[in-house]
Design a protein around this ligand. Structure first.
Ligand SMILES: C[S@@+](CC[C@H](N)C(=O)[O-])C[C@H]1O[C@@H](n2cnc3c(N)ncnc32)[C@H](O)[C@@H]1O
Length: 228
């Protein structure tokens, strides 16, 4: 799977187009289909994030800030990170000043070690150059006992045809979305999480096309091995 720079341009230049997929669509428009999918994902986040009050939360790849707004009422500290300035401008409006916003690439975050209790990352792993590096950054910024709630494109999927060359053209024309770069089967995703220092605890799928996973930061268990 190679990294696709078309995605980079899309997020940095067409943030408003992605943001318009959330909420308020007419029932029968093609984009209403994506809106319903995103709503289903947001409901699952509500279950998995299950954050007690006063936690420190990072939304990595926060985009236009829909989930920052969702999480804000129960956080002591809330930070959104994204490499798209336009997205962060939208996120500023959506979170109404409740979140600190950091312009940053997810592969190298300018955030302190062990400074969050929960990292949420929805729709990011799909597009990044190196999923393992991004997950290692998630682990680095999590405090001991911290949790990760992550989405990732699923294979097999009833919607896999949308990832073919023709499917990508259709996706771009109808939904104005860039091609997905990384997809995972269940075993591959769980193995990646373990290799990057997480213990997966819950795995669900949304519409057969996306994994939603909750994982806990793995602590060192063995002498000379495991995680520091
Ligand atoms: C599908 S959107 C998801 C946005 C938001 N999490 C949501 O669920 O609405 C993907 C987001 O990831 C951001 N992104 C993609 N690659 C990134 C990277 N390497 N570093 C930081 N942000 C990245 C994009 O700018 C975009 O905001």
């Amino acid at each position: 799977m190679s990294h696709d720079p078309r995605g980079d341009r899309y997020w940095k230049e067409q943030a408003e187009s992605f943001s318009s997929l959330y909420g308020g669509r007419r029932r029968l428009s093609p984009k209403a289909f994506v809106t319903r999918f995103l709503d289903a994902r947001g409901s699952l986040l509500e279950l998995l994030a299950d954050a007690p009050d006063q936690v420190r939360v990072l939304d990595l790849g926060c985009g236009s800030g829909v989930h920052l707004a969702q999480l804000a009422p129960r956080c002591r500290r809330l930070v959104g990170a994204d490499y798209s300035e336009r997205m962060l401008r939208l996120a500023h409006g959506a979170s109404r000043g409740a979140a600190g916003l950091v312009l940053s690439d997810a592969h190298a975050l300018p955030l302190r070690d062990a400074s969050f209790d929960l990292v949420v990352s929805l729709g990011l792993l799909d597009y990044v150059r190196s999923p393992p590096d991004v997950l290692r950054e998630c682990r680095r910024v999590l405090a001991p006992g911290g949790r990760l709630v992550l989405s990732a494109p699923k294979t097999p999927s009833a919607f896999a045809w949308l990832r073919s060359r023709l499917g990508n053209r259709i996706k771009q024309a109808v939904f104005d979305l860039p091609p997905i770069v990384n997809v995972f089967d269940r075993a591959g995703l769980l193995q990646l999480l373990r290799e990057t220092g997480f213990v997966p605890t819950d795995v669900a799928s949304v519409w057969t096309t996306m994994w939603m996973v909750r994982a806990t930061r793995q602590e060192a268990t063995t002498r000379g091995g495991g995680w520091a």
